[in-house]
Design a protein around this ligand. Structure first.
Ligand code: NDP
Length: 451
């Protein structure tokens, strides 16, 4: 009898766990996708015969390397760097770089796996990858960060390229770090190519790239609400995080008439019942990004706000919730609280912020729930547009890009609806996103034969 991946779901997951010991985040991400894909694949013999699910859950390659750098006191420091090139069936590998002490191979494999389906969902020709280091930028001087970025790129450069693998930013990597890494790439290779996205406007960056992930998550939220003839005007929103994604999500909610009442960081969350206005968001951006401050300082600046140390904001009653900080920040019990408090929609700005228990709670409650791979795809989509602009050697106007971002988010919403629509008009966006993303990548893999 031929060997196929015609095993049951439990058998498949047992294999994933056995092959990836001590990689809980990666196993979790595969399970979330496999839960939906198994039903979809049931009658698709070719996928089984070609072992597509087994192949898609094995990264093309994982590169791990040492990153040495010297701190301001003259000490030699050693970090670990990685690039996970997950799948390039539909385009060059594409995905961010994360600098955070919690970074492990498991975290980057989960992110690269998610990225593969997310990028497919955008409709743009981009494969999936992710990279990073366990380097902690907090408390480091700008010179130290520059030296680290240069050392990181001194190894990474040989694995990437404008048609090979195009990294971008993520947690701990913003425009400044991209600048340092691009400068080093250019110095080593003597080539000016679109090898990174999220670049500064002066050297090939795209307008609205910094805003795109947060804005996109809110556009997706608006699309979901529109299916119930509703909108953001007058809605109370709970947002977690206070970095790039969170602040831009808060900004767009405010612009569309909603009221944001929380933001957070790894120290806890602030609750501002008066609403976090544009002026306050601007203060948070400057405080967190430029001054590298803590969110708790918000309460000294704006009266009526309170700080809740060590807590996440999901207990604050709201109409809509946007987790925009990090993975597994919204657990099953938080999901139950949100549902009990009458929350009607959740749009994930972060990657996999809801744990599997929470995902099951949202699905069972049939609320409007958009997984990160659909809702936060606006960032990588505009990165894809940055690649196009670099290839064309021109820069598109802001209005054009805003419209393209909106259209792309509407297109992702439509693709999710195609495969996620259930009885009674309810859409299972997790299922829709998983199947639509999987199908595109899987069909491309079938075309290539066994490679
Ligand atoms: P930033 O570094 O700009 O901000 C991250 C925010 O999350 C900070 O407020 C940080 O708090 C908080 N945070 C990080 N780790 C933890 C933790 N373990 N517990 C609690 N809070 C934490 O990152 P981004 O805004 O760019 O990224 C946020 C999320 O969005 C990530 O999941 C990322 O993968 C995802 N994403 C980002 C995209 C982008 O374009 N930037 C694209 C698509 C997804 P503190 O300051 O205390 O560390």
């Amino acid at each position: 009898m031929a060997i196929t991946d015609h095993v049951d779901f439990n058998g498949f997951m047992e294999g994933v766990k056995r092959r990836n010991p001590y990689q809980p985040e990666f196993v979790q991400a595969v399970q979330e996708v496999a839960e939906d894909i198994f039903d979809f694949m049931e009658d698709k013999e070719e996928y089984h015969a070609q072992q597509i699910l087994r192949r898609i859950s094995e990264p093309d390659r994982v590169v791990s390397f040492r990153v040495c750098w010297e701190d301001d006191a003259g000490n030699i420091r050693v970090q670990r760097g990685w690039r996970v090139q997950n799948n390039n069936a539909i385009g060059p590998y594409k995905g961010g770089i994360r600098f955070h002490p919690s970074v492990t191979e498991s975290v980057l494999k989960f992110l690269a796996f998610e990225q593969t389906f997310k990028n497919a969902l955008t409709g743009l020709p981009m494969g999936g990858g992710k990279g990073g280091s366990n380097f902690n930028p907090k408390g480091k001087s700008v010179r130290e960060i520059m030296r680290f970025c240069q050392s990181f790129m001194t190894e990474l450069y040989r694995h990437i390229g404008a048609d090979v693998d195009v990294p971008a930013g993520d947690i701990g990597v913003g425009g400044r770090e991209i600048g340092f890494m691009f400068g080093q790439y250019k110095r080593i290779t003597n080539q000016f190519t679109g090898v990174l996205t999220g670049k500064g406007l002066e050297y090939g960056g795209s307008l609205i790239r910094p805003e795109a992930t947060g804005y996109g998550a809110v556009y997706f939220l608006a699309e979901m609400l529109a299916t119930r003839d509703d909108g953001l005007v007058g809605k109370t929103a709970v947002v977690s995080g206070s970095g790039n994604v969170a602040t831009h999500a808060a900004e767009k909610i405010t612009q569309l008439g909603g009221k944001v009442v929380t933001l957070s960081d790894s120290g806890g969350f602030i609750h501002d019942p008066d609403g976090i206005t544009q002026e306050k968001i601007d203060w948070v951006k400057a405080h967190k990004t430029h001054r590298r401050g803590r969110i708790q300082d918000y309460c000294e600046e704006f009266e009526n706000a309170s700080f809740h140390p060590g807590k996440t904001p999901w207990g604050v009653p709201c109409d809509v919730a946007l987790p925009c900080a990090t993975q597994n920040e919204l657990l099953g019990e938080d999901a139950r609280t949100l549902v009990a408090n009458g929350c009607m929609a959740v749009s994930e700005g972060a990657n996999m912020p809801t744990d599997l228990d929470g995902v099951h709670v949202f699905k069972a409650a049939r609320l409007l729930y958009a997984p990160g791979k659909a809702a936060n795809a606006g960032g990588v989509a505009v990165s894809g547009l940055e690649m196009s602009q670099n290839s064309e050697r021109r820069a598109w106007k802001e209005e054009e890009l805003q419209q393209m971002l909106k259209d792309i988010m509407a297109g992702i919403h439509e693709r999710c609806m195609t495969y996620g629509r259930q009885d009674g008009g309810y859409c299972d966006y997790v299922k829709g996103a998983n199947i639509a993303g999987f199908k595109k990548v899987a069909d491309a893999m079938l075309a290539f034969g066994v490679v």
